[in-house]
Write a protein that binds this ligand. Structure first.
Ligand code: FES
Length: 106
């Protein structure tokens, strides 16, 4: 399947990574494949929060709403921000072309 969106991820050093993604991939999967420190220890079962990303405010309302389980897992983080999400729960669609995210400070 061909790429349908380019996602921009700013790492902890401020470097910007433009990553092309295919339909149905998750931010956790593409970030991990690009070698970014998005660990995804539980492989997307919402148990680890090691896929924590911060969504650029302009994009926050354009993502599907946070579910109860995602919310509970996010609550375990000490570095939570108002637009924090689990990368494993953001599935790429063409509508997310240009999505901007950053990685939380450790
Ligand atoms: S990969 Fe574990 S919560 Fe997302």
């Amino acid at each position: 399947m061909s790429a349908i969106a380019t996602i921009i991820i700013v790492d902890q050093s401020g470097a910007e990574h433009r990553i092309t993604a295919k339909q149905g991939e998750t931010v956790m999967q593409i970030g991990r494949a690009a070698g970014l420190p998005i660990i995804g220890e539980c492989n997307g079962s919402m148990a680890c929060a090691t896929c924590h990303v911060i969504v650029a405010p302009a994009w926050a309302d354009r993502l599907p709403p946070i579910g109860e389980d995602e919310d509970a897992t996010l609550d375990t983080l000490f570095n939570l921000s108002p637009t924090s999400r689990l990368g494993c729960q953001i599935e790429i669609t063409a509508a997310l072309d240009g999505l901007e995210l950053s990685l939380p400070k450790r």
